[in-house]
Design a protein around this ligand. Structure first.
Ligand SMILES: *Cc1c(COP(=O)(O)O)cnc(C)c1O
Length: 342
């Protein structure tokens, strides 16, 4: 029996079409820019996000790090959300490897940063201070209920930042989920960002990879930053081939995952002892209430015995993420299992 794996959308295996494309991929040495499949993926990604150029990297973490190393020098400062992936889950790579200081400001429950908090964190010219260089946003926001940031919000904040001569980087790991949740083209959500990254390896099902997009000069510099951290790849077309299939076949279907997250939320909300936060995209958070004496451990292990995996997360919350390999039957089975355990 195959597990119903709701831990993350990173657990998605490549589709049969991806494996076929990987098998047939034309390849070359990508450090010499001679891999035609990587070149094609980078062009497609840039075009899909309305940017001049793109760079294929191994992970979302690497894409964010390369972006930060490109925008900032040693001693520079970055403003970002205190619940952002870059601040919480990337080992402080900007500081560890780049000598860049983070200034975390509060993420609101909808994933936004308040413009007044951003303005308050921009440093003045003073010999005691680091120099503010960059603002990072996250769309959709992983820890904030998978909430999408609107194009209007991003433009408003970008205009504040650009007005102060600074830049905006967007962690768009799930930017196509944001586009589907808001019913807009992804280009509109990233138009005002100076750089944006998205992941192929999450809901889009590709086995490996993320793309960093921006203008041509920025991407040329980012290519150097990728190389210095050991991210130059050779016949990477094997991986890029799956990414091309992801862009061609998978970005248009993620709304199905959002509908299933919603159905799962509705089903779980009927069970006494569970409090559900209505999901904004494919990420569903819920928690136990005082009505139950069950522990988080009992729930996680009870589900695992029934072939269902999810994360018992930080702060007493559970996280379930829907994706390509979770069908309607998997959702119903999860609701029934939870009812039985409770
Ligand atoms: C997953 C994720 C990343 C990092 O991607 P990896 O490929 O796991 O390194 C960055 N930002 C957000 C919002 C993510 O969800």
């Amino acid at each position: 029996m195959k597990a119903i794996d709701l831990r993350s959308d990173t657990v998605t295996h490549p589709t049969p079409a991806m494996r076929e494309a990987m098998y047939r991929a034309e390849v070359g040495d990508d450090v010499y820019r001679e891999d035609p499949t990587v070149n094609r993926l980078e062009q497609m990604a840039a075009q899909r996000l309305g940017k001049e150029a793109a760079l294929f990297v191994v992970s979302g973490t690497m894409a964010n790090l390369v972006a930060l190393l490109t925008h900032c020098g040693r001693g520079d400062e970055v403003i970002l959300g205190d619940r952002s992936h870059t601040y919480m889950f990337e080992q402080g790579g900007m500081a560890a490897l780049g000598g860049i200081t983070p200034w975390p400001i509060p993420n609101q429950p909808d994933g936004t940063l308040r413009p007044e908090d951003i303005a308050g964190a921009i440093r003045g010219d003073n010999v005691h201070f680091p120099r503010t260089r960059l603002l990072c946003l996250e769309n959709t926001h992983n820890m904030c209920n998978g909430a999408p940031l609107t194009a209007e919000y991003t433009a408003q904040v970008a205009s504040l930042i650009h007005g102060r001569g600074l830049r905006v980087h967007l962690d768009g790991a799930r930017i196509f989920n944001a586009a589907a949740a808001l019913g807009v083209d992804a280009r509109e959500l990233v138009r005002e960002a100076d750089s944006v990254m998205f992941c192929l390896s999450k809901g889009l099902c590709a086995p490996v990879g993320s793309l960093l997009c921006g203008d041509a000069d920025f991407i040329a510099e980012a290519r150097r930053a990728r190389k210095i951290i050991g991210g130059g790849m050779r016949q990477a077309g094997i991986l890029a081939a799956a990414g091309i299939v992801a862009l061609e076949q998978m970005t248009g279907r993620v709304a199905e995952d959002h509908a299933r997250a919603k159905r799962l939320a509705e089903g779980l909300a009927q069970i006494p002892g569970i409090a559900v936060t209505p999901p904004a995209s494919n990420i569903l958070y819920f928690q136990l209430t005082d009505e139950t004496t069950k522990t988080q451990e009992e729930i996680v292990s009870g589900l695992a015995e029934r072939g269902i995996l999810l994360l018992g997360r930080l702060e007493g919350r559970f996280r379930a993420v829907t994706h390509y390999w979770i069908d309607d039957a998997g959702v119903e089975k999860t609701i029934q299992a939870m009812r039985a355990i409770m």
